[in-house]
Design a protein around this ligand. Structure first.
Ligand SMILES: Nc1ncnc2c1ncn2[C@@H]1O[C@H](COP(=O)(O)OP(=O)(O)OP(=O)(O)O)[C@@H](O)[C@H]1O
Ligand SMILES: [Mg+2]
Length: 504
């Protein structure tokens, strides 16, 4: 008898069937992958299991016994717990406070601070999570924040852990660490459901995989019996084309020039220490580096949210070092930010408003302060169709979109008109394989049309498959530049670790 069975689960939202008579079973002690295109219904099914959404039909059985899970507290009592697609930690509180929130150890009416810290430290050590209970969450890297989320589940004694795209925001090293944690969870008798868009992760860490498409189950497979292509084919219902980079770029003049910039971080410490590089028209310049080597500060400086103490930034023929974001955008700068759900979108506004957010103040979308609503509607409809944003209509609030579809909104907005310079940070993060390929083909289209593209990616395979030239950032400087012929995983890896001498 399976540990968990969900049978006949159906969930309607206005205009969509998010889950359509889904049967889903998980065995005790396995890591079960839940995969499918953006909007296929994965998060919805897991929110039903976690008591956050109420199904319109269907039943949940634990060890063969029917259970009612009407809210997350009920799920937690049953040993079912979830890390969400978007983290839910309180940044200003400590690790221990976050982990124990709502379940604090008490002495009479008082929270027992000592016991709280001890308990969290003990758990962190037992599972080798290496988290300091006294640290403030805002100061932690994304990878560590995620381990805090996992600690929270362990503290509440979860037996079945639901992880909704835990690896999407992690660097390759952090993914390795996460997998080590998952293996320890399984070794201690726990069970996990793992949502991801990366099939190599499914192949590495999961025993079985269930594929959803358009709210229905396509099938469940034993991972050891299939190739990743089979799972991809089940997800999208067709074979995927392999994107081939067209032969060598013939880049034009430099469109984005970064010249010897010095930038400090939020604490006033040097983050960029004399950084220089240039991206030319018609090329994709790949920027590789281990997170935390100045990438965030570089992005903020390029888009005009942070300003250098020294050095210059040139866009086209203009020195824009002291210009703000809106002026730079008017010169043809487009940006796909790293943290799209927070920096790129207004989640309570409509899809159309988000699509138009960077251009509503200029013709043809407005004239002398009057919005041209029909042009705006036309633009929105075209973007929705072109990027295959799966929604009921252009007026839905972005909050109701699936994670990947929300990201497509930002990408559609930024790529819609051929920009002079595009800065793309982790552009395929959270996208399904089909959508990711579409983004690659769009980047290549812009490259053909003469956009200078700076591509930041934590995924070396992604960089290697699409960039025309590579620069590596290490401790706030560019430590090497490689052509495609020179660029291998090994060489890039050495440069990323600061071993420039080993490469030259
Ligand atoms: N609160 C809501 N209101 C209206 N529609 C919703 C709501 N939540 C989800 N949906 C819709 O249900 C469908 C399934 O969404 P869900 O978030 O489950 O997809 P997903 O498989 O997790 O996708 P992704 O990989 O992009 O995260 C989508 O069409 C989505 O727009
Ligand atoms: Mg989702």
């Amino acid at each position: 008898m399976p540990f968990l069975q969900m049978t006949g689960i159906t969930k309607y939202f206005p205009g969509v069937v998010a889950n359509d008579t889904i049967h889903f079973a998980v065995e005790e002690g396995e890591i079960h992958a839940l995969v499918g295109e953006n909007g296929a219904g994965k998060s919805t099914l897991m929110k039903i299991l976690y008591g956050m959404e109420k199904p319109d039909a269907g039943q949940i059985l634990l060890n063969g016994q029917p259970v009612t899970i009407s809210n997350p507290q009920a799920a937690i009592r049953l040993g079912i717990d979830m890390v969400h697609q978007h983290f839910e930690l309180v940044p200003s509180m400590t690790v221990a406070e976050n982990v124990t929130l709502g379940y604090e150890p008490r002495s009479g009416p008082f929270i027992n601070q000592g016991a709280m810290v001890d308990r969290v430290r003990e758990l962190s050590e037992r599972f080798s999570l290496q988290v300091d209970p006294a640290a403030t969450v805002a100061d932690l890297s994304v990878g560590v924040q995620q381990r805090v989320e996992i600690l929270k589940l362990l503290y509440r004694d979860a037996r079945l852990l639901i992880l909704d795209e835990p690896s999407a925001v992690l660097t390759p090293q952090e993914v390795e660490d996460l997998f080590a944690v998952l293996r320890r969870l399984i070794d201690t008798g726990r069970t996990a459901i793992f949502i991801t868009h990366k099939l190599h992760e499914v192949m590495t860490i999961c025993q079985r995989a269930t594929v959803l498409r358009h709210g229905r189950v396509v099938g469940t497979v034993n991972v050891s019996d299939v190739k990743p292509e089979t799972i991809a084919q089940m997800m999208v219902g067709r074979d995927l084309d392999v994107i081939q980079r067209p032969a060598n770029a013939t880049p034009g003049p430099a469109r984005l020039v970064v010249r010897d910039i010095h930038v400090t971080d939020d604490r006033g410490l040097p983050a960029l220490r004399g950084m220089s590089f240039e991206a030319r028209a018609g090329e994709i310049l790949g920027l590789a580096g281990v997170e935390g080597n100045g990438q965030s500060e570089l992005l903020e400086t390029l888009v005009g949210l942070r300003f250098p103490q020294r050095g210059d930034i040139i866009l086209g023929d203009t020195v824009v070092t002291h210009e703000r974001n809106r002026q730079r955008r008017a010169r043809g700068l487009a940006v796909i930010p790293e943290d799209r759900t927070h920096q790129g979108l207004s989640r309570d506004s409509s899809l159309t408003d988000n699509l138009i957010a960077t251009r509503y103040h200029a013709p043809p979308y407005s004239q002398q302060g009057i919005l041209n609503l029909s042009r705006i509607r036309q633009f929105a409809r075209r973007a929705i169709e072109q990027f295959d944003i799966r929604v009921r209509g252009p007026n839905v609030r972005v909050r109701t979109l699936s994670g990947g579809n929300a990201q497509k909104v930002v990408i559609a907005r930024e790529l819609a008109e051929t920009p002079q310079v595009l800065i793309a940070a982790q552009p395929t993060r959270g996208l399904d394989v089909g959508a990711a390929q579409y983004v690659y083909s769009e980047l290549l289209r812009l490259r053909e049309e003469g956009t200078a593209i700076l591509l930041l990616s934590a995924d070396l395979d992604e960089l290697l498959s699409i960039a025309d030239r590579f620069v590596v950032i290490f401790e706030g400087q560019i430590v090497g530049e490689l052509s495609p012929a020179e660029a291998t995983r090994e060489r890039l890896g050495l440069l990323m670790a600061g071993r420039a001498e080993a490469v030259s």
